[in-house]
Design a protein. Structure first.
Length: 617
């Protein structure tokens, strides 16, 4: 007979591990009084993360949760006590400012310096001038060249590390900015000594060394325009001009000796001292001008010393038209044509002719070389520049002073008085490559002369190479009456300097004269054979009482020249003879004849050539 711990006969109840009657009819689950740590009647339990905690476990309940409530998570409280990292989506210590203060007001300013808040620094304290450029100590590595002066562009014209905004002498020329008319050009500052040359022309403020003064008149060369003018026409320009460029100011030194000023399509006449009339009212530094001076007509060769004082005009920019342009040369120093235009907008054949005062040059297409007696551009001279195209912007090259001694200007010797001619504003040039003479080769120093009938209109010494021979035209002033006009053909002669002989010379084809014309006639000779019979215009015509008749024949033949009156009656037989090939002339002296109209008839090889003559007494 058996009773279990619950008092049941033959029952199944028993004492569990904790001595509690369990099972059977006891209504108690065996070992249910054991906690998760295995302790009977213990207090340990599984926390939110399923970890046996408390009781005798030594584990705090939920201690495996992070601050975000995540079991075994990585979130934690940062320095500011904010749950961060893990699954919080909060960056640890992101609530600290740049000074390390939680929820502080310090920030990085645009200089990347920590300022504001508890730092003790104002925002952008490394940019006290508020120009957006930080000082050298700033964290963004700026280096403001004017730390205490507004200078946002950091301008420093001399690159000396001191910005112009805080530099009393920006260009370091020795002249303070308050006295400097160009604070970023060490060659320009002032003219305190009033000598028309900049006190800084040497590159530094120095009144005793502000430029050369060749004539020792107290004005330095670069601001002192001194030009020796001959009687009549002079082609000039200016390397310096006064601030007031009116004609009465610029030409004051000439007084009444200045008669007229002619530009490109514009002119003025001086009515009395300082009173000018015309559309030309002031001098343009980019232009050249013909200045016409008083001619006393007494046979002497007077000269006038012209002076004007001002500031240098260079550098200048020119607009060059297709064709003829009357332009200035804006420098005191001379330079060769090649140096002046090399690598400019007028190079590479755009500029192909240059005409000066009785002097010219042309660029040969064959080799690009310049030929003629004009070899360099001179200060104070004006030039007709002949361009093949329109050029919007042109600047002369600045003269290289270190090479100025290399300039080999062709100096034209003085012409003997008996061959002198008037410089005209209308001029053309005939380029001669060689001269052939029967009595021996032409010599250097022989003179090539051009004529309009019997009037000398140009002369040039033979130099041994292609040379430009001038031929002046009638510009409708009294001193050029009888000079060449459009369509005329000049005549040429050689003056032998060794024996004084004057020789007629010819070319197979001499182009008609036109103003600005430049013609290559190749070779001249004293033995040219005309290609056909020709009767040239008698000169003068009308006449009183003598006129010259010239004609040419291609071979030896009989020439019969007769004069008839208006009724057809024979008045005079001038010639009836066998003549050699070439050009010939004969005069008709009509002293015994009455005024009226006559007809010249020349009979050659059964052909008749005629011309009307007018005798006026």
């Amino acid at each position: 007979y058996s009773i279990d711990c619950n008092g049941d006969d033959y029952g199944d109840a028993y004492l569990d591990s904790c001595g509690v009657c369990s099972g059977g009819n006891s209504g108690h689950e065996a070992d249910s009084d054991i906690d998760c740590n295995g302790d009977c009647f213990g207090e340990a339990y599984e926390d939110s993360c399923g970890v046996c905690s408390e009781g005798n476990t030594g584990v705090e309940a939920d201690s495996n949760q992070d601050c975000n409530g995540d079991c075994f998570g990585f979130a934690y409280l940062d320095n500011c006590g904010v749950c961060s990292a893990g699954n919080t989506e909060h960056e640890a210590n992101s609530d600290q400012d740049c000074n390390g203060d939680c929820f502080g007001g310090a920030v990085y300013d645009y200089c990347w310096d920590c300022s504001g808040g508890n730092t003790g620094f104002e925002l952008n304290y490394n940019d006290p001038d508020s120009d957006g450029v930080c000082n050298e100590e700033a964290s963004n590595n700026d280096e403001d060249n004017c730390p205490d002066d507004y200078n946002p562009n950091q301008e420093d014209c001399e690159f000396d590390g001191i910005g112009d905004a805080c530099d009393d002498d920006d260009d370091n020329d020795g002249a303070l900015d308050i006295n400097d008319i160009d604070t970023c050009n060490n060659f320009i500052c002032s003219d305190n000594d009033g000598d028309s040359c900049d006190d800084c022309s040497s590159g530094f403020y120095d009144l005793d060394n502000d430029g050369p003064d060749s004539d020792e008149d107290g004005y330095c060369n670069y601001g002192d325009v001194d030009i020796t003018l001959s009687e009549g026409n002079n082609l000039i320009s200016f390397w310096a001009l006064p601030e007031q460029k009116s004609l009465d100011i610029v030409f004051e030194s000439l007084g009444s000796d200045a008669l007229a000023l002619i530009g490109e399509g514009i002119a003025a006449t001086q009515l009395s001292d300082g009173i000018w009339a015309g559309s030309l009212t002031e001098v343009d530094p980019t232009d050249g001008y013909w200045i016409k001076t008083y001619n006393n007509d007494n046979g002497s060769n007077d000269y006038y010393e012209f002076q004007t004082v001002g500031l240098p005009v260079a550098p200048l920019t020119y607009e060059v038209q297709d064709g003829n342009n009357l332009m200035s040369y804006p420098y005191y120093e001379s330079q060769s044509i090649e140096s002046a235009i090399s690598n400019t907008s007028l190079d590479d054949g755009v500029l192909f002719r240059i005409i000066g005062e009785g002097i010219a040059a042309q660029r040969l297409v064959s080799n690009g070389q310049w030929v003629g007696s004009l070899t360099s551009l001179q200060g104070g001279k004006g030039y007709w520049m002949v361009s093949t195209d329109y050029v919007e912007s042109f600047e002369y090259n600045v003269p290289d002073l270190s090479r100025s001694f290399e300039i080999n200007e062709y100096i034209i010797p003085d012409i003997p008085d008996e061959f002198k001619y008037e410089q005209s504003t209308a001029q053309a040039f005939y380029f001669v490559n060689d001269i052939e003479l029967n009595d021996g080769p032409i010599e250097i120093g022989d003179l090539i002369l051009t004529y309009s009938n019997d009037i000398i209109v140009g002369a040039r010494y033979w130099s041994g190479k292609m040379i430009d021979v001038p031929a002046m035209g009638n510009d409708f002033y009294d001193n050029t009456i009888g000079y060449l006009e459009e369509g005329d053909i000049p005549e040429f002669k050689i003056y032998r300097h060794s024996n004084g002989e004057l020789i007629d010379i010819y070319a197979s084809d001499i182009p008609e004269w036109n103003d600005f014309g430049m013609y290559n006639i190749g070779t001249l000779s004293d033995n040219i054979v005309p290609g056909e019979v020709s009767l040239n215009n008698a000169y003068p015509n009308p006449f009183n009482p003598l006129t010259k008749i010239t004609y040419s024949i291609p071979s030896e033949m009989n020439v019969d020249i007769k004069i008839y009156d208006i009724s057809g009656r024979l008045v005079n037989e001038l010639l009836n003879s066998q003549m050699s090939a070439g050009s010939h002339e004969i005069n008709w002296d009509a002293t015994e004849n009455a005024s009226g109209i006559y007809f010249l008839r020349m009979f050659v090889n059964n052909k008749s050539y005629s011309q009307k003559l007018i005798l006026i007494k």
